[in-house]
Design a binder for this molecule. Structure first.
Ligand code: ATP
Length: 871
């Protein structure tokens, strides 16, 4: 039982013994304490403080600037009277801010840091702005460091340059430092030291690039070994830092790629490899294309120092090499990155054949670090808790008189109906208090249940809910709304150990239970969530709470959101994190989907993604995304075969009713498929609706959404539709909710996160380096669009020739091979296959088996191309 339980059992209980008048016990001094704390925390206090700091900064600036011109006139007086000057009404000074301005500026300049003391004005200014705006516009700690350095450096430098000028350029501190340094290092040494320190500071701050002129291209490049990447080793993409990380390779988009573990053979070991290694335009660097498993394709120039054979398991790789080898002449034309990566390995194989005496190393077992998806954005910083607000009414307040009054009312009401009770206890939650009653022997529970309205009337409170009996407790619960409700700040739940240390796949902080325990659930286990509630009862806040808690726990490489927002405004804040956490259809501008037609496409694309993921799981011999990713991170799956790290995908639909009204079955079907199947491949759904009627939440949908949240709804029927039980119509709104999960019904107060907080979190994430674009879902082509288009070779797909080459070279007539190798959606790859069939390159569809490839060699294919006029 939680500590805020009020036991009103008979006074023989020791714990409640002093509670003859329980109100005395509960009326703690805490309230006063809370008031002082609240005052300190109140944002108005902060704003007022901020305004004063800005004023201080301005006054300081005026006084200091005025001092520059009036110091000579005022100095005498300051020397003569010291700080007494400020209080000598008959003394006239020249400083614009009068005697205080004259004394304080003198003190800061002459006895302090000279010109550098303007930095104090700057400090007051940034502090003031932060307080007034109410968030960290400026980072204080970083600025303090710069200001401290600036005070010492500027005062010393100005003192050094000004020498013995009358004006205190460097102040007492600058002069002292300068005197000591010139004694120690001499004037020249001090000058050089200051120069170097200043320059170092600039380097530290701006990180200039010092570039030597490029080397001229060699006419005949020396033979060099080819770099080979481990097949199971996606190269992590590294941030462009300019800090010259070892093995960092800059690509033409400015992104640096750190190749995976590579050993370095002797230069001449791989002599002969050159014929097959393509060169860049200048002919200096071998051009290698690497596909990081989950990063966009990146072409990069591979410098000599990162070359070397890979640590990989030859046995597993050999069939691949044969399967996907592409002649160098084709590579640049089709630009298929997978080919190039393999072809480099083939170079190694070829060398191996040519000269067996060469020790290239791959047969040696080499230990390989596990693949870490977060290295894609290795410098990504998780949002900090400071971005969230602590809402002022966060504390649960126990009002003893209210408790006592309600207790007596309940007892009296029941007595009026001849219902005797043995015991009554109360648990105070954030929005409601649960009174638990143990009725006297022989009292029928249904009698109490039937008195719901009478008890509500006698307590003159709305939203009374009677739980008779409380499952697993043998008591009857009466939930009575508190007069003073408290908000549950999301910040507090996210800061809790339970959340911080949770090892869940997709932890979502939903809210607080009546006993004030944080309710944190794993969305991956739910595995989908249906939310309903009348308008204005807290759905949007609820969705934000779920999204923000996931953003606090997951790295962009591990999670992607597909956001559907027919209302257009609710989720628009998340646009900022498009390149980190959002997924979208290829070619779409907006990652947040607001148009119904696009929703249908997106849902179907998600179904394709689900099917592709199932294919991958099947090939990998794994049963779910956890096992699959574990195998992938252990580098036991080959990215060249299409394997990739699979991020979780969470689909959020903010107004489902609207979609069903406009698109009906077209939306319902893919949702039902996803809800039935997508769980194992890491695709989870959160669907919210204002109208929980049976034509919106159909049986199919309901059956596949075991976890449901109901905010206040307008009728008992709505409550039944969503929860299969009544009760949600008696909630009190503002985030008061019932969660049906794991066969239990729990009343929670939803954690509150305000729009500015969400905005700050999105800005924080969006301000960091992300992926070049949003995560791309597979392409989906509406059957209606494709239907009626004859397979005509005249309108052949621009990728026709490339697809034909892949099919002929691999001798596999497989649509999914085209999908993987060319990164195409299922429909486009299917159409390409039909066109290849029409051209006689592959045979007819053979169901689940690959089609027969009717063209056996490149030369035969070239003849077909000639006949078709393909150059
Ligand atoms: N968990 C909560 N704690 C405290 N207050 C809340 C909470 N959730 C919502 N509220 C209050 O209720 C108001 C309405 O919430 P919200 O916008 O989430 O409703 P909604 O159900 O999404 O409405 P609509 O369907 O019209 O968009 C909020 O502005 C806030 O003041």
């Amino acid at each position: 039982m939680s500590k805020n339980k009020l036991k009103t059992e008979k006074p023989e209980s020791k714990k409640t013994a002093p509670a003859k008048d329980p109100s005395m016990v509960l009326k703690a001094d805490k309230v006063a304490d809370v008031k002082v704390k609240e005052l300190v925390k109140d944002e108005r206090t902060h704003k007022v403080l901020g305004v004063f700091l800005l004023l201080l900064s301005l006054l300081g600036f005026i006084a200091f600037s005025s001092y520059l011109f009036t110091w000579e006139e005022d100095q005498d007086k300051v020397f003569r009277y010291s700080f007494h000057l400020m209080f000598m009404g008959d003394e006239h000074v020249e400083n614009l801010l009068g005697r205080s301005g004259a004394f304080i500026s003198h003190w800061f300049f002459y006895d302090g840091f000279g010109l550098a003391c303007y930095l104090f004005c700057y400090f007051a200014f940034i502090l003031g702005i932060n307080f007034v705006v109410g968030r960290k516009v400026f980072r204080i700690w970083r600025n303090v460091k710069h200001i401290l350095f600036g005070l010492l450096f500027i005062s010393m430098t100005t003192a050094f340059i000004a020498g013995h000028a009358g004006f205190p350029w460097g102040g007492a501190v600058g002069n002292a430092l300068n005197r000591w340094a010139t004694g120690f290092l001499g004037t020249l040494g001090t000058g050089l030291l200051l120069l170097v320190v200043g320059f170092s500071w600039l380097i530290w701050k701006f990180n200039f690039e010092f570039k030597l002129p490029e080397r001229k291209p060699k006419v005949k490049p020396a033979p060099q070994p080819a770099a080979v990447f481990d097949e199971g080793m996606p190269a992590p993409v590294e941030e462009k830092t300019g800090k010259g990380k070892k093995n960092g390779i800059k690509n033409n988009t400015g992104v640096t790629v750190i190749p995976p573990v590579i050993t370095e053979p002797e230069e001449d070991e791989a002599a002969g490899a050159m014929e097959l290694v393509e060169r860049d335009e200048a002919g200096i660097h071998p051009l290698i294309t690497v596909i990081p498993a989950n990063a966009p394709q990146i072409e990069m120039l591979l410098p000599e120092e990162v070359e070397g054979p890979p640590p990989f398991d030859l046995e597993e790789k050999k069939p691949d090499l044969e399967e996907t080898f592409t002649p160098a002449s084709n590579r640049r034309k089709n630009g298929n990155t997978a080919d190039v990566a393999f072809e480099v390995k083939s170079v190694y194989e070829e060398n191996h054949d040519v000269d067996d005496s060469m020790d290239l190393g791959p047969t040696r077992p080499v230990s390989v670090d596990p693949y870490d998806p977060v290295l894609d954005l290795r410098d990504y910083k998780y949002p900090t808790l400071e971005l969230l607000d602590q809402h002022s009414t966060d504390k649960v307040v126990q009002d003893a008189s209210e408790l006592e009054k309600n207790k007596n009312q309940i007892i009296d009401t029941l007595k009026n109906y001849d219902i005797a009770i043995q015991k009554i206890s109360a648990t105070v939650g954030p929005t409601v208090t649960l009174y638990e009653i143990v009725p006297a022997a022989g009292v029928r529970i249904s009698r109490i249940k039937n008195l719901e309205d009478d008890i509500a009337l006698s307590l003159s409170a709305l939203g009374i809910r009677i739980i008779a009996p409380i499952p697993g407790k043998g008591t009857i619960g009466i939930e009575v709304p508190n007069i003073r409700k408290s908000m549950v700040s999301l910040k507090n739940i996210l800061a809790s150990d339970k959340f911080q240390q949770s090892a869940m796949d997709l932890p979502v902080a939903i809210g607080k239970k009546i006993d004030n325990e944080n309710f944190i659930a794993d969305l991956a286990k739910m595995p989908h969530l249906l939310m309903a509630g009348a308008t204005g009862q807290g759905k949007s806040v609820g969705i934000n709470t779920l999204l923000v808690s996931l953003l606090y726990k997951k790295h962009p490489s591990q999670l992607k959101f597909v956001l559907v927002d027919p209302k257009k405004v609710e989720l628009s804040l998340y646009k900022l994190i498009e390149k980190h956490f959002l997924a979208k259809l290829p070619g779409e501008e907006d990652a947040i989907i607001t148009d119904t037609k696009k929703v249908v496409h997106t849902l179907n694309a998600l179904c394709i993604e689900m099917d592709l993921r199932y294919d991958l799981l099947k090939e990998a011999g794994t049963r779910n995304i956890r096992e699959y990713n574990a195998k992938f991170t252990q580098r036991r799956l080959n990215p060249e075969k299409g394997h990739r790290y699979l991020p979780f995908v969470v689909l959020v639909i903010d107004e489902f009713a609207d979609l069903i009204m406009t698109a009906g079955k077209e939306v319902e079907m893919p949702i039902a498929r996803l809800a039935q199947l997508a769980r194992a491949v890491g695709i989870h759904l959160i669907i919210a609706t204002q109208r929980p009627s049976v034509n919106i939440i159909t049986g199919t949908i309901k059956a596949n959404f075991p976890a449901r949240i109901a905010f206040k709804v307008s009728s008992k029927i709505d409550s039944r539709t969503i929860l299969d039980l009544g009760g949600a119509e008696q909630l009190i709104g503002q985030g008061d909710m019932l969660v049906s999960f794991n066969g239990e019904l729990v009343r929670l107060q939803c954690a509150f996160v305000d729009t500015p907080e969400v905005e700050r979190v999105a800005e924080f994430i969006g301000g960091q380096r992300g992926y070049p674009e949003a995560f791309l879902l597979p392409e989906y082509l509406d059957d209606k669009d494709a239907d009626g288009k004859e397979i005509s070779l005249q309108d052949r797909d621009p990728l026709f020739a490339e697809a034909a080459r892949i099919i002929v070279q691999t001798q596999q007539g497989s649509t999914s091979l085209l999908q993987r190798r060319m990164k195409l959606g299922y429909n486009r790859a299917g159409r390409l296959m039909d066109q290849l069939e029409a051209a006689g390159i592959v045979g007819p569809n053979m169901g689940s088996k690959a089609r027969e490839v009717q063209v056996k060699s490149d030369s035969e294919l070239e003849e077909i191309f000639d006949a078709m006029g393909i150059v």
